[in-house]
Design a protein. Structure first.
Length: 123
């Protein structure tokens, strides 16, 4: 059951990623399966910047995603990295939770970034 008390929690009817998952924008999916879709970020922060998004709407890790949803979402990362050609060169994943982390779309997603050499550490 999703929490609804958080004012930042979007409901599916006004969630842009739910609309993308539903195919409303005709987005090209890099990958899709029963659980997730992956599509390129509209504002890429690296040469490869792809979002991995569960089909089911949950806002973030504080919205009680099921263990299976999490496993399927994070489990798709290496598959998408291979499809994008960055599995061997290396990649970074980022997953934001809440305003303080810079989350802007309140539908759980993993940023997969690569195709460049990131600095050591987190920055
Ligand atoms: P976050 O700040 O973690 O919530 O990340 C949201 C990401 O979604 C940002 O990197 C945006 O560029 C990206 N984004 C927003 N709208 C779209 C869209 N229509 N298609 C693809 N990416 C989007
Ligand atoms: Zn959604």
């Amino acid at each position: 059951m999703s929490k609804t008390s958080d004012s930042a929690t979007s409901q599916p009817e006004d969630c842009i990623f739910c609309k993308i998952v539903a195919g409303d924008f005709g987005s090209d999916f890099v990958y899709e399966d029963q659980w997730v879709v992956a599509f390129d970020d509209i504002s890429p922060q690296a040469p490869v910047h792809t979002l991995i998004v569960p089909r089911e709407h949950v806002a973030n890790l504080e919205d009680d995603p099921s263990p299976e949803l999490l496993a399927r979402t994070f489990g798709a990362v290496s598959t998408v990295a291979r499809l994008k050609g960055i599995d061997k060169s290396g990649y970074r994943i980022v997953q934001n939770n809440g305003a303080g982390a810079g989350q802007t779309v309140y539908h759980l997603h993993v940023h997969l970034m690569g195709g460049t050499n990131f600095d050591e550490g987190l920055r």
